[in-house]
Write a protein of this length. Sequence first.
Length: 364
Amino acid sequence: MAPLSRLCLPALFLAMAVPVQAGDKVVNLYSWADYVAPETLQRFEQETGIHVRYDTFDSSEVLETKLLTGGSGYDVVVPSSSVLARGLAAGALREIPHEGLKGYANLDPDLLEKLAAVDPGNLYGVPYTWGTLGLGMNVEAVKQRLPNVPLNSLDLLFKPEYASKLKDCGIAILDSPQEVFGLALHYLGKDPYSTDKAALSAAEVLLRQLQPNVLYVATGRQISDLANGDVCQALTYNGDASMAADQARKANKPFEVAYRIPQEGTLVWQDNLAIPKDAPHPEAARAFIEFMLRPESVAALTNTLFFATANQAATPLVDEAVRSDPDIYPLADVRARLYADQTMSLKDMRQRTRLWTTFRSRQE
């Protein structure tokens, strides 16, 4: 998961600025837009002589299709933990030996443990960034309508008597069936990855109650709409809400945009660096990953996109206002209430997608 609404122009210009001749060293990167700081790419090229060709995707499904089909020509990809798991099951990934991989020891042990649930031994994925799914909001607008309701509660969405009072200022929901259904199940006290028909039916009822109060279902659009005051509540990723807050501050908007991790607990997502099985330049891929394990390489990204880095040695290099924000770097008691991204069978994913299509169709 990563922001979708911004074009990676600096990276693309960097990739196109120097024509790659036959025999030149190159690494083909496939990632979310803006997911590597331009200055980091420049340093990598200068130090290694390896040119970076940076292509972007706008959904995990696009990445997964290319990864599972094979023959993409990419050397480094950035899958979520669930996509990594399905790529691993399909034999589409190349092992990344830890021995001699400089900086690997800097990775957060808790994130490595969570990743091991889908990648035993952490042999195929290198944790990159992480964050949560939660509540982005126009603080003043929500408090005005619901003065006595905690801002960090999913009740704001899932209790109709609350959500109906936010309808006039706009509720936006992330367009992600697996994640939203999982959160609804978790709110109901059920396994977020349950395939039980009764559990899914209960989650469907919960979302059906929310639906009349929702302005739209989309991904990425919430950033500008929160920043401009066009919506007052969004179920979104922490980095997107934090970018909206930053934009609102810089534009001197007369309201505060904030992000809150739900007190009930929520999804902790994780993006990872991986190498496709048929990567044409595996050594260059390993060199790139090793470079990204340097603390300064990822600190710049966190300062710009507000996603926490998996590299603990990078945290001191992150701006104090960012690293001390408990909704970006949650404290231990909050982290204990977060559930990890898990893989699901295609059959179970399709079932959720069908239910989601019905939910979305009522918005159109």
